[in-house]
Design a protein around this ligand. Structure first.
Ligand code: ZN
Length: 135
């Protein structure tokens, strides 16, 4: 049984555009929406400015959470890109996955990848790929 994650086509388009804007850096941010459907991209700055890891600064995270609360949005996902290698969770991504209920989106900026956007549930070190249902 595959678990689905609902996401608008507009969000998928935005994510790829963001990832390709700075293909040498991991981009990152939050994904929000209502009733389980991801409809809003909340880009954040990669505080590490790295091609192999990402971190959202605590103050920026706080601002994004306040914006979601003010707009009645739920946190449904967290995204980042992998400028190098495939877009599957790295050992670090698994170790640092603190939100078991969100979908971890990983974007590829490689030109010839068949699935530039993939999403995973990461819980207690276990990774399950989610099926994207774009609306
Ligand atoms: Zn990663």
């Amino acid at each position: 049984m595959h678990e689905l994650v609902g996401v608008t086509q507009d969000v998928l388009d935005q994510l790829l555009a963001i990832a390709r804007r700075e293909p040498e850096l991991e981009c990152c941010g939050l994904l929000a929406g209502r009733e389980g459907l991801i409809s809003v991209v909340l880009p954040a700055r990669n505080a590490l400015a790295s091609a192999t890891s990402y971190e959202i600064a605590p103050l920026e995270l706080f601002t994004l959470f306040r914006r979601m609360r003010d707009e009645g949005l739920d946190l449904l996902g967290i995204y980042h890109s992998h400028p190098r290698g495939e877009n599957a969770p790295s050992p670090n991504d698994i170790a640092l996955a603190f939100y078991p209920d969100v979908a971890y989106f990983i974007l590829s900026t490689q030109p010839n990848t068949s699935r530039p956007v993939r999403a995973f549930r990461i819980c207690d070190g276990q990774v399950r790929e989610l099926v994207l249902q774009s609306l």
